[in-house]
Design a protein around this ligand. Structure first.
Ligand code: HEC
Ligand code: HEC
Ligand code: HEC
Ligand code: HEC
Ligand code: HEC
Ligand code: HEC
Length: 463
């Protein structure tokens, strides 16, 4: 009986020792080692014989890391995400699943965090996924991962990510630049957006802000544009892509796929054909662009697009905010453009402008491009709330000619104006009319005024 009791105690203490050792092992073995063990077991299943099986199972655990000097980061995600490059892991559970559609963005050159966010150096899951307080850049949810494509591939169509082009289009057409600077061009009433994608605003915050600025930013002076959910999402994608991150040269070589297709899109978007013609098709304000690529060096053409003033003093060609690859794409298009293709572009437009309307058209483009639209509306209707300004909102520009001479209007645009207070002891209204003389040339200001006047004319005709 005594012996049996002793035996019983012996077994019990061995068991509890095992439990303690087991618990200690659990605590001291990082999770990634366990994932690697599971993974080699998974791999071993596919091995044909016992010897190779044993060899696979004997793989020692180690931290996998990629140094990405060009991207200024070190990623260790593949320490757990072990099957990303192994197509046989297509149906494996996370973190072992094969990564579809990586294309040329292989882990050894790109790592993971450039697209996903997260904390590359960490080897604990919660830390790596960035779900920790001090880390400002958690994993993007699945819905927004593709916004990251725009951090390297700028402006144009990234295949499979139409949101990026749509977001950019909205940005340029809705007058965001009236209040925000982007790459040096724009107003200062709202924050500079050149680094918005690096400022760690959560996508969800941005999207809500676009739907109702006041919902996340109380008392915001930013107008409610009444965007649809899709539009808000497209703008969010575009914002997330604005990082101006200094990517190494390899990563910035393919900022966009600068082919003629993209160039054609810019050519159409920027309405180059409103001034130019190709083999006689189009307008005669600017020169025929057929064969222009053969007539000038690439450097010369690049300069013409960056700063027409410099190439042709007194040039009436607007300076466009086009990055290097967009300019390359335009040149790729101009190298192959045909009169027939331009005819096709023109037939998509409702009407062809007469040369007399071209200055007005350029003014209309400036009005959108420099962001007047953001405060005064696409139809000049005004109406953006401006608490404690007389009238309580940004004025419509449809009745200027009733109150002002054209010279007075030119002066307001040049010098700006702070609206008179409704209640003199109240706070100043958030929105004022910025001074444009340092942003726009006199030529641009005159064109904008011509455009405004053309709109007044229509109003008078209607009476
Ligand atoms: C310690 C192991 C570990 C590390 C390190 C790790 N992950 Fe994970 N990851 C997991 C596991 C396990 C899952 C499966 C889902 C879960 O358990 O949360 C997962 C899921 C994911 C998912 C799917 C979405 C989700 O949240 O479920 C993404 C995306 C992801 N990881 C990206 C990354 C990136 C990027 C890194 C590097 C910064 C990384 N992971 C580092 C273990 C890890
Ligand atoms: C070029 C950008 C890019 C890189 C680099 C990249 N991914 Fe992804 N990843 C994506 C995209 C885009 C998706 C979403 C695909 C979809 O919508 O189904 C995705 C999906 C995933 C998922 C599934 C997410 C889910 O919620 O189902 C995991 C896990 C994942 N990636 C892990 C990684 C890991 C680990 C690495 C590094 C080895 C990595 N990715 C590198 C773009 C990238
Ligand atoms: C870190 C910068 C970076 C990010 C982020 C990035 N790419 Fe790329 N992409 C590149 C580079 C560099 C190449 C050229 C790779 C090569 O050929 O070696 C490339 C090539 C491509 C190509 C051409 C592929 C081919 O067949 O030649 C496509 C399409 C593409 N990327 C789409 C995407 C998409 C979609 C995303 C988002 C899921 C994305 N890229 C994210 C840098 C990036
Ligand atoms: C009438 C001026 C005005 C116009 C037009 C305007 N914004 Fe704003 N925006 C602001 C002000 C003021 C803020 C700061 C207050 C806030 O967060 O709402 C702001 C904030 C933002 C923010 C948040 C920045 C941050 O990280 O805090 C984003 C993003 C933004 N605007 C994008 C846009 C876009 C895109 C457009 C065009 C569709 C636009 N804005 C048009 C005035 C404007
Ligand atoms: C940040 C918002 C904002 C932007 C951007 C803006 N404006 Fe204004 N604008 C105003 C406000 C506010 C007033 C009213 C000033 C006042 O009441 O004295 C105004 C007044 C005017 C007036 C005089 C109208 C009147 O009835 O008194 C003209 C003309 C005008 N803006 C043209 C423009 C043009 C052209 C642009 C683009 C180059 C532009 N605005 C951009 C806010 C803006
Ligand atoms: C408002 C009218 C106008 C618009 C819009 C315009 N241009 Fe021009 N462009 C001109 C004029 C005028 C010239 C002649 C030189 C000068 O005055 O700068 C010119 C010259 C050029 C030249 C040099 C041609 C040569 O043979 O010397 C090129 C190339 C060019 N433009 C391309 C473009 C492209 C591409 C776009 C659209 C992104 C564009 N232009 C939009 C008016 C315009």
């Amino acid at each position: 009986m005594e012996r049996r009791l002793q035996q019983y105690f012996f077994v019990l203490s061995v068991l509890s020792l095992l439990l303690i050792v087991g618990a200690a092992y659990q605590a001291s073995t990082p999770a990634w080692k366990r994932y690697q063990k599971q993974y080699v077991a998974l791999e071993a299943q596919g091995e044909p014989n016992a010897i190779t099986k044993a060899a696979v199972l004997a793989t020692p655990p180690e931290v996998h890391q990629v140094m990405l000097t060009g991207l200024q980061r070190v990623d260790r995600c593949t320490t757990c995400h072990l099957g990303v490059e192994d197509p046989t892991m297509k149906n494996a559970a996370e973190p072992f699943r094969y990564h579809e559609n990586l294309g040329p963005h292989i882990p050894s050159k790109f790592g993971c965090t450039i697209c996903h966010g997260g904390q590359g150096l960490a080897t604990e899951k919660e830390d790596a996924h960035g779900n920790v307080e001090f880390w400002q850049n958690p994993l993007l949810t699945k819905e927004y991962i593709r916004a990251s494509c725009g951090r390297c591939h700028k402006d144009g169509d990234v295949p499979g990510v139409p949101e990026l082009s749509e977001g950019k289009r909205l940005f340029e057409n809705q007058g965001c630049r009236g209040c925000h600077k982007l790459n040096g061009v724009g107003g200062t009433i709202g924050p500079d957006l050149s680094l918005e994608g690096a400022n760690h605003r959560a996508p969800e915050w941005l999207e809500k802000h676009f739907l109702t600025p006041n919902a996340v930013s109380t008392g915001s002076a930013m107008p409610n544009f009444h965007f649809t959910r899709d539009q808000a999402k497209a703008l969010t994608y575009y914002m997330l892509s604005l990082t101006s991150e200094d990517m190494g040269s390899y990563y910035s070589t393919v900022r966009l796929i600068p082919g003629p297709e993209f160039g054609r899109q810019i050519f159409q978007e920027k309405n180059c054909i409103n001034c130019h013609n190709v083999g006689g098709v189009g307008q005669k304000v600017g020169p025929d662009l057929q064969g222009v690529v053969g007539r000038h060096s690439p450097e010369w053409l690049d300069e013409q697009l960056i700063n027409p003033e410099l190439v042709y003093p007194g040039s009436s060609m607007p300076a466009y905010d086009l990055d290097g690859n967009s300019r390359k794409a335009l040149m790729a298009y101009l190298a192959v453009v045909t009169p027939a293709d331009v005819q096709a572009l023109l037939s998509q437009k409702p009407h062809v402008l007469s040369p007399a309307d071209v200055a007005i058209e350029a003014g209309r483009q400036d009005f959108a491009r420099f962001g007047c639209v953001g405060c005064h509306g696409t139809e000049l209707q005004g109406g953006v709330p401006n608490p404690n300004a007389q009238g309580g909102e940004v004025p419509s520009l449809l009745h200027l000619s009733d109150d002002y001479t054209k010279d007075e209007v030119l002066a307001v645009i040049r010098n700006g104006r702070v609206p008179p207070l409704d209640n003199p002891s109240g706070p100043p209204p958030p929105l004022y009319m910025p001074a444009w003389k340092k942003v726009l040339s006199d030529e641009d200001i005159n064109r904008v005024a011509d455009f405004l006047w053309s709109k007044q004319q229509k109003k008078a005709d209607a009476w």
